[in-house]
Design a binder for this molecule. Structure first.
Ligand code: C2E
Ligand code: MG
Ligand code: MG
Length: 258
């Protein structure tokens, strides 16, 4: 698989699928998350969970991740309006010294305004060298991009360090959503995360929103945004473009009606 992966990186046999993120209050389309897919000649479309760990362990994630950043910026630069693009960074990629330059170059080459790019990292970063993490997140923020804490609530060290770090967004892991709205204990945890987001001035996004009941509960609790099958599954770039066109048409319609 490692040899296959090397070859696929050289041949750029990857694609980004895009999953929409919506504001819960009025269901406005805010942006998309880029999710990597590998077009394998025999195995078809391979999901990231099956090759990211290998890419991470072998260091191949650095060139692969750089491709993702460039491809995501290039695609998003063609979107009209203020729609944002989120890109996942793995821990090895985050620790690699070339990251800030890679992001800066991808922004410059594509012309994407920095505030329309968001980088997602996971809690595992918080258990490592905290001053280095703080410095690097600061450098990325200085470029003007957003930084999101992904899968929040699944790691360990998060609360002790979160307040120090310049995150713009918190994404509640979808493991919590599975128990929503039924379980009162999970409701309490999500309520706490929402309070944290308000205090730390971070936008909270719920991941894995699958039902209207979940969306309604989250909205009532003050959660800003949702991402999940209720709003749309990850889909190829053409589909994302069609969703953006429909959304902007709807906004235009609403403006002319007013
Ligand atoms: P993630 O960043 O937390 O992405 C969300 C995952 O949840 C995606 O899985 C998405 O398809 C899935 N999902 C979204 N909504 C729902 C829902 O309503 N219900 C359920 N059951 N699942 C939902 P996917 O695409 O398989 O990606 C898995 C993980 O792989 C991502 O989790 C991310 O950590 C990683 N990944 C994806 N693309 C990249 C990449 O370009 N670079 C790196 N380093 N990691 C990536
Ligand atoms: Mg993510
Ligand atoms: Mg996530």
């Amino acid at each position: 698989l490692e040899a296959d992966l090397r070859e696929a990186i050289a041949a750029e046999r990857f694609a980004l699928h895009w999953q929409p993120q919506h504001r819960l209050s009025d269901r406005r389309l805010m942006g998309f998350e880029a999710l990597l897919r590998w077009h394998h000649p025999e195995r078809g479309l391979v999901p990231p969970d099956e090759f990211i760990p290998l890419a991470e362990a072998t260091g191949l994630i650095v060139p692969l991740g750089a491709w993702v950043i460039r491809a995501a910026c290039a695609e998003a630069a063609g979107w009209p309006g203020d729609i944002t693009a989120a890109v996942n960074l793995s821990p090895a990629q985050f620790r690699h010294p070339g990251l800030v330059a890679t992001v800066a170059q991808a922004l410059a080459a594509s012309g994407l305004p920095p505030h329309r790019l968001e980088l997602e990292v996971t809690e595992s970063l918080l258990s490592r060298d905290l001053p280095a993490t703080e410095r690097l997140l600061g450098e990325l923020r200085a470029l003007g991009v957003g930084v999101a804490m992904d899968d929040f609530g699944t790691g360990w060290s998060s609360l002790a360090h979160l307040w120090r770090l310049p995150f713009t967004k918190l994404k509640i892991d979808r493991a919590f959503l599975r128990e929503l709205p039924g379980d009162r204990r999970v409701q309490a945890i999500i309520g706490t995360v929402l309070g944290l987001g308000r205090t730390l001035d971070m936008t909270v996004v719920a991941e894995g929103v699958e039902t209207e009941a979940q969306a309604a509960w989250l909205l009532a609790q003050g959660c800003a945004q949702g991402q999940g099958w209720l709003f749309g599954r990850p889909a190829p770039a053409e589909r994302a473009r069609a969703l953006i066109a429909a959304e902007l048409g709807m906004r235009e319609g609403a403006r002319s009606a007013a």
